[in-house]
Every structure is written in C-alpha cells, then in structure tokens.
Design a protein around this ligand. Sequence first.
Ligand code: URA
Length: 209
Amino acid sequence: MAGLHLIDHPLIQHKISLMRDKNTGAKEFRELVSETAMLICYEATRDLPLKEVEIATPLAVAKTKIISGRKLAFVPILRAGLGMIDGVTNMVPAAKIGHIGMFRDDENCNVTKYYCKLPDDVAERDVIVVDPMLATGNTAVDAISEIKAAGVKNIKFMCIIASPQGIERLQSAHPDVDIYCGAKDEGLDENNYIVPGLGDAGDRIFGTK
Ligand code: URA
C-alpha cells in the first residue's frame, strides 16, 4: 500500500501558517500556495528515475545524471488546484498539464464531473494530481478514478492541508496512490471545511470573497 508523506519542512510549516491567517490577502496567498506546492513537489518527485550521461564541462567530461524514463503530467482539480500549477511546473517544466473540473454539492457532498481534458499521451505518463485541500476526499477519489480510466498506472496526490477523514477515504478507495501533504489538520466542520484549515482555498486564491 502506498503511504502518507507529511512534508513538514520548516519552510512549508511557516508558509502554511501565513496562509492560515485570515488577514493574508489574495496576492500573498497565491504566492504562498505556489511556493508551498513547489516545495512539496520537490519531495513528491524524489523517486524520479535517473540515467547516467557524459557532459562536457569547461574542464573535463563529467559522468553525471539526468532524469530519464517515464514522463510526468500534473492534473489540477479545478479550480483551487490551478493555484499550485505555477509552483510544480517551475520544478518540472517539461511536464504536461491536464485539467479536471469537479463540482461538489454542498448539501449531500456528491461530486459531479463537469470538465476533463487530459494530455493525449496521458496513459504513458505518471500523473500527480494537485488540489490544495483534501477535505472529505470525494473529489480526489473521483478525479483519480477518472485518470485511472484513461489508462494511467502510476498516480500521486499532492495537497497542502489534509483532513484525517480525507486521507482515510482516499487511501481506502485508491490504496496504490501516495499522498503528499504539508499539514494534517484536526477534522472537518459541519460544512465539510477543514478545521482549522485556511478557509476556502479557491476563494482566497482568486479573491472571490
Ligand atoms: N475546500 C477548501 O477550499 N477548503 C476546505 O477547508 C475544504 C475544501
């Protein structure tokens, strides 16, 4: 079974604390989401395969390593996942980007897919799904099912804050998917927001409230 990777590096903890602050404005919040995504991505890509090559430096030929093998795609879950894309593509510029739009009915937590556009060659890629908040886990579970249905074999999930319920739900539905997150919070409130969390990540990224 894949695992939970809690990436509690001091820089990540510091940035998440700033994001939690209700007085942090949209511009700073967006920058923090992007920077935190970049730092978590550093760990989520730790197992990328390498191959040895020879490179001519100004002084000699170095036997050195470059990333090789399967290629990557990032898939943000709309809309808050978009806020993480700058950060992760700074780390892996060659990655392709797919999009999945999931709408959650606040009354019953049912999830409806309204958009899905994945790279044509997605089945030949490893995929990292990104969404800042893993709350009930329903959206992540459905998004990952959709990506598996497109033929993808190796999927990871990256978020900034996760709830214990979301982690359990995702791990039981997709035990093969590693989860990378920066903080595991206490739980969910009656509206399925993560507590203490940081509020609605989409609204804070896009300044819609
Ligand atoms: N989505 C958010 O943006 N915030 C939460 O706390 C839960 C889901």
